[in-house]
Write a protein that binds this ligand. Structure first.
Ligand code: AMP
Length: 252
């Protein structure tokens, strides 16, 4: 099921609807429209990249939109975005209203021919309810919600080893996914960094917040019959194989 074109540069998602993606997928199969859940650092970004490459879907990460805004000229940032970035640095969630407005503004990305893989959204039950309304308005059906499960200790250790590329947002790991050249992104040559919010004190705040605010989403999506729990204990390639198998089983 490999797509016939590489994944898009996500310009319309990362920078907003005024921008056009440089590559449009031409996929032959029915698109997958997915949400990925799981605690911060569990490996959702890595799985999203693998699934996006496999299905030709667009990787839609709300965190990447904020990180892109952080690197843009400060004159271009709205007051709401400046406030959002301060919350992000502190490991706190941005308001439901701002996140929803940002996603609704980018609703064109939900119609991507290759489908979409949402990573980091929805993150609260309110966002999930508002997203259901947006999907209904756009006449889009969510195929599945994959919940990556990992113990708290393992999640904290995994988040501590994560490195990301500030240019293209590719994700690496000091234990399980090393770049070919130390400290350098394989995809664009950018200098890899630890995310500000992966520092241990901020990571703990994010973890507590996940348990209190985001974990209830698993029950929300289970009730709707779309939840697929996948263990995030094995290696990234095994997790990916298990995710793909579970998705394919749903369409048989
Ligand atoms: P992530 O890359 O998904 O871990 O997101 C990084 C940060 O961006 C989070 O810690 C929040 O501050 C903010 N953020 C991203 N997505 C959301 C969301 N759906 N709701 C609220 N805040 C978000």
């Amino acid at each position: 099921m490999r797509p016939s074109t590489p994944p898009s540069d996500r310009a319309a998602w990362l920078k907003g609807p005024a921008f056009k993606c440089s590559i449009k997928p031409t996929v032959q199969h029915r698109p997958w429209r997915l949400v990925l859940l799981g605690p911060p650092g569990v490996g959702k970004g890595t799985q999203a990249e693998l699934l996006a490459a496999e299905f030709g879907a667009c990787h839609l990460s709300t965190g990447d939109v904020f990180r892109t805004a952080k690197r843009m000229d400060s004159c271009q940032a709205t007051a709401a975005m400046v406030g959002a970035l301060a919350l992000m640095r502190a490991g706190k969630l941005v308001s439901d209203e701002l996140v929803m407005a940002m996603v609704a503004e980018r609703s064109g990305c939900l119609h991507c021919a290759g489908g979409f893989i949402l990573d980091g959204f929805p993150r609260t039950v309110q966002q999930a309810m508002d997203f259901d309304k947006l999907l209904a308005t756009e006449n889009i059906v969510l195929d599945a919600v994959i919940d990556y499960e990992l113990s708290l200790d393992a999640t904290i250790a995994r988040a501590a080893g994560r490195l990301t590329c500030p240019n293209c947002h590719a994700v690496y790991h000091t234990a399980s996914k090393l770049p070919k050249i130390v400290g350098t992104c394989d995809q664009c040559g950018g200098r890899l960094k630890q995310r500000e919010d992966d520092r241990s004190e901020v990571a703990c705040i994010r973890m507590r917040q996940y348990t209190a605010v985001t974990e209830p989403l698993t029950a929300y999506y289970q009730q709707r019959g779309v939840l697929i729990p996948i263990s995030a204990e094995p290696s990234p390639s095994e997790i990916f194989a298990n995710s793909r198998k579970a998705l394919e089983a749903r369409r048989r």
